[in-house]
Every structure is written in structure tokens, then in C-alpha cells.
Design a protein around this ligand. Structure first.
Ligand code: ATP
Length: 636
């Protein structure tokens, strides 16, 4: 349905329904509701014959909440603090006019509706009410299937393994507690585990040792283990492939074991058998994946529906290991599965019997973390705490940590200090445009390689050394305008002939999966001439080789001299420049800036006003779901 038709419908039917519903039209006009929310109300109002404003309003707001990344909407919270742009008294006024004077009455009205079922007695209705949380039916089902999987794994028996193998993988004895060793013992003992850690904390090293242990164990038993590696995006899969290969090469493992550990990672879509014409994957409970162990990296980017589908496709005996940095931005789509799962991971507490078990496996003194009140979920979690990439003098390490703890004063102290690897440029209050020339300087080496006719491998390598990141899409400091400015600037410097056409050196990012081409949303392509001097756009394949496509074959893409922090997740660059907007934005959070900082391996430059950096440090992403409460007994 085109949006103008929707708007006609809304205006017409609002008259038919009730005066109060006019406020929904008003919210839509003010941008608080999107076309998809309007469509949802239409279904409720016309097809199901629902006309009570409290139900329609809850339906519209639940749909809008989903669009904002929440799995559900909490009526009690929305009553007091509606989504940005809607005033609490405005919302309450409309509800009161329709006879709803409290959250309890709002819930009662929903219970009476044919559109809503209760979580305790599920029937297929469009919405589900669980306490004061209102879900769209499908999302409630996704959450339930993830929860029941976790609960099944938590009650599964411990998996035995030869403890001596751990000793052989961690020969050095240090006085510090070795969390990597604990993580290996934990994940080897369990059918489901989560390992989280910041950049360079040894996540890949740890899971490579874990896989070595599992392979050795299965070889001792004369079995062959089927291991699969996966990540949410093509870029993250390529990086996992590269880092597992690197870890295998650097660890003293026998050739036999190295051979049995795969290096090739695939995207989750490819693993599950993406059938782009259909909503269901090829693999699901009736046609499960053929594997014994599945390792998924960059899990912070995995949304709830994808997690539910992944779990659905696992054979019942499979071991699942989730890897990621819990402090990074949550997935683009709804949910924050890794964040919810690993909520209490910082405290690192284990039930006493589990602490004893881990001590028996590793000899590490984890008993001091024993706590009889630890919830069952805490058993599957290990946090790697020590960064082997950033030493005590690293500004990037300190800044990332300060941003993560949300302490604005620490963040500013880090920025004010003279670190070699961190720079801060504060634009003056009247600056209307980013400093394009200074930002573009980081691409000098890249353009030099393009100008010298270097091969795609060399050019691609130079491109991946430097990346400009933005917090927002729109506005003078947003990704769209920045890319236009860069192309214009490169044109003025004679580096390209026409910014509106394809030119050698044009760098793009795909914005949609393309099954026919075998390419994924987030894949980066670089335009260079082939041997016959025809321009082609080159994409790196999972095996590190390049494939060149005629530009006309590409469908949805955008220029990528700057990219949003969201798009940069799963990638790392030697040098990163993060450009913040000049005015406050709800997307400016500590998770966003932390994710931007931790994309940088050697050098990080922040372009942003002091007040907005402080604001970002003090804002955190909140995503509503029922997972947190079910696993940790906590609400947001
Ligand atoms: N226990 C350790 N002792 C010494 N060096 C280590 C240890 N663990 C990891 N490293 C080194 O630290 C670096 C980062 O390790 P690794 O790539 O495993 O971390 P990661 O958490 O996967 O990093 P990324 O942030 O890239 O995802 C590597 O050079 C690795 O060899």
C-alpha cells in the first residue's frame, strides 16, 4: 500500500472511529508513528473490528516500539514516559477520555479485546500481554523460543572432557586469574555458552583453543566433529575467517588438530540457507543444520528474530558458542540478545558448585566468585577482561573504558590528555560544515595507490586502513552529506573526473543482500579498471580473493568514504575518525561512541563538541524485552 493511500485511510477512518483517535493522526504527522504503524492500526481497526482507542493506541505504540528496536512495549513505563515527541499528559488525556484512568485499566481494556491474548494462555491473536508488557504476537513467540532454548540448555547435564587438555592449551602459569582458561573450561562443559570481551581481549584466541580442545577430545573418541563458524554480516564473517586462521597459525597445535578446525566462516543467512523469495530459511527444526558445534561471532549484531531462527535450526545435540562484545551497539533490528543474556557478566559470579567445577577443570581460583544467589544464566557467561591489544599507555583503551562506564568526566580527562593514539578536535559553535580537507587527508595513501594503478588487493588494503564514521545519517554532519562533500573535494583535487559517474577509486557499500550476486548488505566494493580497461566494482570474497562486477549489475548501494557507526560494526580499521553532529540526537549514546572508538586499532580521532560528548557518555541504549527479567529477575 502506498503511503498516501494509508494517509487517506487514516484520515477517513479516524472520523469513523472516534475523535480521540485523531491524536494518532497527529502523531503520525509529527513523525512519531511510521507508515508501518499506520498499517498495523488499519488492520486492527478494519479487519478485526476493534475500535477502542486504548487498544488502537497500544497497538500503534507497540508497532512503533518495535521500529525503535524494542521487542515489546511496557505500558507502565509508556504511561509515565511515552516515546520521544509525545507528552505524558497528552497520552493520558486521550486514554482518560476513553475511560482508561490507570495502567491497570489500560491492561484490563486490552484483556477484553479480541486482539490481545494473555501470556499465560496463548492463542493466536495479534498481540500478547505479559504483565504490563505488550508484544506483537510473532515477537512474543521469538522471545519464548529463545528463552525455552536457554532453559533447556541450563538444565542439560554437564559435558565431560579431559581436563588435562586444558593444561596443554594454557601451559603458562600466571598469578593472575586467567579468564581465557575459565572460558574454555566453561564452554567445554556446556552445550551453550557466551564469551564476551572488548577489543583484543583474546576472544578469537580463546575460542580457537576451545575448538582445539573439542577436536582433541573427539579424536580421542575416534569421532569427527562437524564445526561451523558464522557471523551476522559478510564483513564480520571475513574477519572471523582471517582471525581464526591467524590464531591457528600462532598457537602451538598439532597439524592434525589445526586441520580439523575450519577457518571459513559464513554469514548467518548463508548458513541457514537464505531463500530470498521466502520468509523461512532452508534450515529449521524440520531440516536442522548438519553440525556438532556452532560458533557465532559478533553476536551483539544478532537480532532476536535471527537468534530464534538460528536456535530453531540447531540439531538437539549441537553445542552453541556465542562470542561478542556486550558493550557494543545492539542489533539494527529489534532486540539486544547479547546485552540481555550477559547483563550481570561484569560481576562474574557463579553458583558455588559451578565454581568448584571450574576450579577442578582449570586450577583457577574462581571460588572467590562463588555466590549462592547467582541466577542459573550466570553459569554460561565468561567475560574476558584483559586487553592484549591496548597497553596501559593506550589512549584508545582508556577512552573506550571511560566511555563504557559512562563517566563523562573520565571521558573528557582522556580526551584532554596527550595520548599518542587519540586526538580530539572540537568544532567551534558556529561551524556549519565538517573540516572536509582534514578529514579527507586520511585517504591520501588510498588515492595514491589508485593513481599508481595498484592492484585491487593493494587498493583494498589501503582503503581498510582508514575510515570516517558518523553518528547520524542526515544533516551536514551526517553520512549522506559527508560523502557528497568528499566526492566533490576529490573531484576538485583532480582525483576523479565526475562524481556522478563511476570512476576508479569510487568506494561503495551495499545496502541490501543480493542473493543472485552472492553479496550481502554491508559488503564493500571498490571500483577499478580490469585488464581490458573496463570499470568493475571489486568485492572481497570470504577466501580473500576478489570478484569484479560491472557496475550496472549492482542494485542498492551508497558511497562509503564515510559510513555510520552502525554499518561499521564487525569491522576494524587501523585509523578511525568519528564525526559527531553539532546538535543533540537520540542516537548519541555511549554504546555508539564506544563502538566507534573500538573500531580503531592504532589511532582514533574524535570530532565533536564537548557538551555532546558528555551527553553521549551519559546516555545509554534501552531496549525493552522480557529476556532480562526472565533470566536475571530484573527490569529495565
Ligand atoms: N593470553 C594471551 N597472552 C598474550 N597474548 C594474547 C593472549 N590472548 C590473545 N593474545 C594476543 O592478543 C591479540 C588479540 O587477540 P584476539 O585476536 O584473540 O582478540 P579478539 O578479542 O578476538 O580481538 P578483536 O577485538 O579483533 O575481536 C592477538 O595478537 C593475540 O595473539
Amino acid at each position: 500500500m502506498d503511503s498516501s493511500k494509508q494517509l487517506d485511510w487514516l484520515n477517513a477512518d479516524m472520523d469513523l472511529l472516534s475523535d480521540e483517535v485523531h491524536c494518532l493522526a497527529d502523531w503520525r504527522n509529527r513523525g512519531m508513528l511510521k507508515a508501518i504503524d499506520v498499517q498495523w492500526i488499519e488492520q486492527l481497526a478494519t479487519h478485526a473490528g476493534e475500535s477502542h482507542v486504548a487498544v488502537l493506541m497500544a497497538g500503534a505504540l507497540s508497532s512503533a516500539a518495535l521500529g525503535a528496536g524494542h521487542i515489546c512495549m511496557d505500558l507502565a513505563d509508556v504511561w509515565l514516559q511515552p516515546p520521544e515527541g509525545i507528552r505524558a499528559n497528552e497520552l493520558q488525556q486521550v486514554l482518560m477520555t476513553s475511560g482508561v484512568h490507570s495502567v491497570e485499566q489500560w491492561c484490563q481494556q486490552l484483556w477484553q479485546s479480541d486482539l490481545v491474548c494473555q501470556a499465560e494462555a496463548i492463542t493466536e491473536k495479534p498481540m500478547v500481554l505479559a504483565g504490563t508488557r505488550l508484544y506483537l504476537y510473532r515477537y512474543f513467540q521469538y522471545e519464548q523460543s529463545v528463552l525455552s532454548y536457554i532453559n533447556r540448555q541450563l538444565s542439560a547435564p554437564t559435558r565431560p572432557f579431559d581436563h588435562a587438555l586444558i593444561g596443554s592449551l594454557f601451559p603458562a602459569d600466571s598469578h593472575e586469574l586467567d579468564w581465557q582458561k575459565v572460558a574454555v573450561a566453561n564452554a567445554a562443559s556446556l552445550p551453550f555458552s557466551v564469551i564476551s570481551g572488548g577489543p583484543g581481549t583474546g576472544k578469537t584466541t580463546t575460542v580457537t583453543k576451545l575448538l582445539a580442545l573439542l577436536v582433541a577430545e573427539s579424536q580421542q573418541q575416534g569421532q569427527r566433529l562437524r564445526i561451523e563458524l558464522a557471523a551476522p554480516t559478510g564483513k564480520a564473517a571475513a574477519r572471523l575467517t582471517e582471525s581464526i586462521a591467524g590464531a591457528k597459525a600462532s598457537l602451538p597445535l598439532s597439524d592434525d588438530i589445526k586441520h580439523a578446525i575450519p577457518e571459513q566462516a559464513s554469514t548467518l543467512h548463508r548458513l541457514l540457507g537464505s531463500d530470498f523469495g521466502r520468509s523461512r530459511f532452508k534450515h529449521h527444526s524440520d531440516n536442522p543444520l548438519h553440525l556438532d558445534v556452532l560458533l557465532v561471532d559478533e553476536v551483539s549484531m544478532v537480532d532476536l528474530p535471527m537468534m530464534a531462527k538460528l536456535i530453531d535450526a540447531l540439531p538437539s545435540h549441537a553445542r552453541l558458542i556465542l562470542l561478542g562484545d556486550k558493550d557494543q551497539l545492539a542489533s539494527v533490528e529489534a532486540g539486544s540478545v547479547l546485552g540481555d543474556l550477559s547483563y550481570g557478566i561484569e560481576q562474574a559470579y557463579f553458583q558455588p558448585n559451578w565454581a568448584d567445577h571450574l576450579f577442578a577443570c582449570t586450577g583457577e581460583e574462581v571460588m572467590r566468585f562463588a555466590n549462592s544467589t547467582a541466577p542459573p544464566i550466570s553459569r554460561v557467561l565468561t567475560l574476558l577482561r584483559k586487553s592484549y591489544r591496548f597497553d596501559a599507555n593506550s589512549g584508545i583503551g582508556h577512552l573506550a573504558k571511560a566511555m563504557n562506564t559512562g563517566e563523562a568526566n573520565h571521558v573528557m580527562a582522556c580526551l584532554d590528555q596527550d595520548y599518542q593514539d587519540v586526538q580530539w578536535h572540537e568544532p567551534d559553535d558556529h561551524q556549519t560544515k565538517p573540516d572536509i580537507a582534514r578529514l579527507a587527508k586520511g585517504y591520501d595513501d588510498y588515492w595514491q595507490a589508485v593513481g599508481e594503478g595498484a592492484d585491487i588487493k593493494a587498493v583494498y588494503h589501503r582503503f581498510s586502513q582508514y575510515q570516517i564514521l558518523t553518528a547520524v545519517r542526515q544533516g551536514e554532519f551526517g553520512v549522506e552529506r559527508l560523502n557528497a562533500h568528499f566526492e566533490q573535494y576529490f573531484y576538485q583535487r583532480g582525483l576523479l573526473r565526475d562524481p556522478h559517474l563511476w570512476y576508479p577509486g569510487k568506494a561503495i557499500i551495499l545496502t541490501r543482500n543480493d542473493a543472485a550476486l552472492g553479496l550481502f548488505n554491508g559488503d564493500i566494493g571498490i571500483c577499478l579498471a580490469d585488464e581490458e580497461q573496463r570499470l568493475r566494482v571489486w568485492f572481497m570474497q570470504p577466501d580473500g580473493e576478489f570478484v569484479g562486477l560491472l557496475p550496472s549489475r549492482l542494485n542498492e548501494y551508497e558511497v562509503v568514504f564515510a559510513m555510520t557507526v552502525h554499518k561499521s560494526q564487525g569491522s576494524e580499521f587501523s585509523e578511525v575518525a568519528l564525526v559527531l553532529p553539532m546538535t543533540p540526537s537520540p542516537v548519541l549514546t555511549k554504546e555508539l561512541v564506544y563502538t566507534g572508538i573500538t573500531r580503531a586499532k592504532q589511532r582514533f580521532t574524535l570530532w565533536g563538541r564537548r557538551s555532546l560528548i558528555r551527553l553521549a557518555a551519559e546516555s545509554r541504549i534501552k531496549r525493552y524485552s522480557g529476556l532480562l527479567e526472565a533470566l536475571w529477575g530484573k527490569q529495565l
